[in-house]
Design a protein around this ligand. Structure first.
Ligand code: BDR
Ligand code: CA
Length: 309
């Protein structure tokens, strides 16, 4: 199995990324780290522990990371995810404990202890990953690759151009995009192919375990806010595409190109400038995910949920 660390800000779609990682046999989920993004850190951390508790996943350490972006104040995405970042179901008291280490410390310990290089999967703002690269440069060689949900080849979801995860902490995204490490970017252009249709909801509901019941409540809430805010009653389940790519590269086509993130634009702060047509002649630094095998993706998600509690 592929060893991964999932760095997340749950968030409805982050929960499905966690479940896909925990329920798919070709992934070895070594650790979960949390970051502020969809909600304040206290909420995203609790939500990660709730997601693992509901799914009956124990033995995976969960550590809390940055409680704010590197240089900016956090605006949590309450309009999509609710006040606690996981609106919809009643949240049980998590039994999965919080690791006493911080996120960077846990990531460093996992990387150090691993015989093989580990895949980092961030599904939120890149604050923790940027701090890791800054504080532990000697561990770079232990990072096999980074598969990040964020950015967009086209328009944004928090402004005309910026996508939420890039917009929350563009300075962190800039550090990661310039790191020279292998990066796959899963942006809105592909995540808007993972639409939560009624038949998707029915398929998850049909699994009939505790995880699927909780999951259906999450999906219904999420589609409700997407409908209210973006006029999309079939909301896009962004984050688990990252894990699906780690499981099976064939689930998404990619185009290798140069990507910069705007850190100072008056109207475009947080926009990812994806040079799809090589206008700049700059060295490509990112595999940009383009087309999703939608059927394969939803099969991976529902098969994983069926493996959980
Ligand atoms: C991203 O922002 C968050 O709201 C989602 O969890 C996803 O990671 C989509 O822009
Ligand atoms: Ca997320």
């Amino acid at each position: 199995p592929t060893p991964i660390i999932l760095d997340c800000d749950p968030g409805h779609d982050d929960v499905f990324a966690l479940w896909l990682a925990a329920g798919n046999p070709s992934i070895d989920l070594r650790g979960v780290t949390t970051v502020s993004g969809n909600g304040h850190l206290e909420h995203t951390t609790r939500n990660a522990r709730v997601a693992l508790t509901v799914a009956g996943v124990d033995g995976v350490p969960v550590a809390a990371g940055a409680d704010a972006p590197l240089k900016r104040a956090l605006t949590p995405a309450t309009w999509i995810h609710g006040e606690n970042a996981l609106g919809g179901p009643e949240l049980p008291e998590p039994t999965v404990p919080l690791d006493p280490r911080g996120a960077v410390e846990l990531m460093a310990d996992i990387l150090e202890a691993s015989a093989e290089a580990v895949t980092l999967i961030p599904t939120g703002p890149l604050t923790n990953v940027a701090l890791l690269l800054d504080q532990k440069p000697e561990l770079r060689e232990k990072i096999k690759e980074i598969i990040w949900m964020g950015g967009s080849t086209g328009r944004g979801n928090v402004g005309a151009y910026p996508e939420f995860n890039a917009w929350v902490d563009p300075e962190a995204a800039d550090i990661v995009l310039r790191s020279g490490l292998p990066i796959t970017m899963v942006g809105l252009n592909i995540s808007h192919q993972a639409l939560i249709t009624e038949s998707v909801i029915q398929r998850i509901a049909g699994i009939g375990n505790r995880t699927s019941e909780f999951g259906v409540e999450l999906l219904r809430f999420f589609c409700g806010t997407y409908d209210a805010v973006e006029g999309m009653p079939e909301g896009p389940l962004h984050d688990p595409i990252t894990v699906a790519i780690a499981i099976d590269r064939a689930v998404a086509s990619v185009q290798r190109c140069h990507v910069d993130v705007e850190t100072s634009g008056e109207f475009t702060s947080g926009a990812t400038c994806v040079d799809l047509h090589d206008m700049l002649g700059k060295e490509p630094n990112v595999d940009v995910a383009i087309t999703l095998d939608v059927d394969r993706f939803w099969h991976l998600v529902s098969d994983a949920v069926a493996q959980l509690a």
